[in-house]
Design a binder for this molecule. Sequence first.
Ligand code: NAD
Length: 516
Amino acid sequence: MSRIDITSPNLLLGVVGAGTMGRGIAQVAAEGGIGVRIFDAQPGAAEAARGFVEKMLLRQAEKGAITAEAARAMVANVEVAGRIEDLAHADIVIEAIFEDLGAKQKVFQALEAHVRPEAILASNTSSLSVTAIAAGCQRRDRIVGMHFFNPVPLMKLVEIVPGLATSPDVTEALVGLAKRMGREPAVSEDSPGFIVNHVGRAYAPEAGRLVAENIARFSDVDRIMTGAPGFRLGPFALLDLIGSDISVGVMESIWGQFFAEPMYATGPELKLRVTGGQFGVKSGGGWYAYTDGKRVAPHVPPPPALAKDGPRSVWIMPSNTNPAFSAQLTGVLEAAGLPLDRSEHPTSEALILLTPVGWDLTTAVCDLELDHKRAVAVDMLFGLAGPRTAMVTPATDPAYRDAAHALLAADGAPVVMINDCPGFVAQRIVAHIINVACQVASRRVASPADIDKGARLGLGYPMGPLAWGDKLGPALVLHILERLEAFYGDPRYRPSPWLKRRAMLGLSLLTPDGVA
Ligand code: NAD
């Protein structure tokens, strides 16, 4: 066991760097009843951070979240350190200076010269290797990553990142410290992007590809993903919020650190916004325009009316994947304006609707020898709540395309019409997210439970991707990826071995490997 007793009432935490992160870390430590000493190289910065923590804690007392007495006791426990030497008695020091390897190494070397031999030294780095930070130190066994998220008091997740030489009891002690600070720890290998920035490499890059291939407009991708799949923000609104300069930089860095892994590749369509200075909210415009800081959603034209010269009836192909898909679609279209053609094969002048999973419409109509001029596909995997997605091929007759749009919109539901693609928009993006999470599991970056925790708490995803894969069915996710891989011939979509094995064996994606 680490010789640091994390539960001690006299535990003393040093914080080096009193910026955005350092002050948040000081606040949650004080809330956990831990004594804090803040040091910053910039004169006055540590005092300002202490003042900030005091204000936050007193505000919580005013709101009744804590008693005034408790707030005063917490504030009294936060001190300013005038020199780095003043951290000599700290049990743990968390470094939160700017993201520069050389500067961080210098801070760790300086700390080593002053603290006790058993003191733990942690870095809040978000992208540097903990092993690299520790490289210049004498006692690498006590150096570890402790990655908080911004804003610290609101973001519960903390990634605990042991480097190559970190002692297991140091990792264990930091898991305990994170809990004492009211956080949710997830332990990650010292691997590029740790858990969150690695799992997060699927959403926006895949959305960018869909737009680059002219499958859907960026705003329609956002409408779809915030609909039935349940994302709080669409990928393009998210890029604008974080800033494309920051996001695309992280994408390129992770892709490079995995030696040009195609699964993590981004594309010129995302990079162009960075080149053009259209970063998002902070630059006054990005994918979206902003008025007074508020996103302006592009105009959505009303659906077309059902025309007289279009199809005379609707024929719905029975679903191979799930009979409920064709049944649900039949239910929605029964009163939509055209009679349902219930014959075994579509009669002439019937609109042909398919509900494929994984298949693109072109391959489906060719394999099934259906009339491609009259065929439209509807995405049923996430249900018909939220914007409904319908897909056409270049051969679909515009009159049949518009009739499908009108019928799907007849009950007032929003409809997004897209171009042909294996997996539509939502199936493709969600399958890619699950596959990347499986790849993270396969590389043993973290336990399956911590991968899901990281995605839920760090990325705000509606479900952990591995649990999501279980809900959809690992075999179904595997099928979508196999279709994408077959259609594009792109190794980006090759299914992770983690997914493949569990799908073949009928196991949950949360099942660990047979040998630890
Ligand atoms: P910041 O610029 O707000 O604050 C950095 C502080 O460190 C400044 O007050 C600066 O004066 C001080 N400093 C610089 N060199 C120093 C030194 N040698 N000794 C003592 N103090 C020094 O930075 P931040 O946003 O708080 O980020 C800090 C770290 O946290 C970085 O490693 C960053 O990657 C990571 N991080 C940031 C975020 C975020 O969203 N801001 C999220 C997670 C992790």
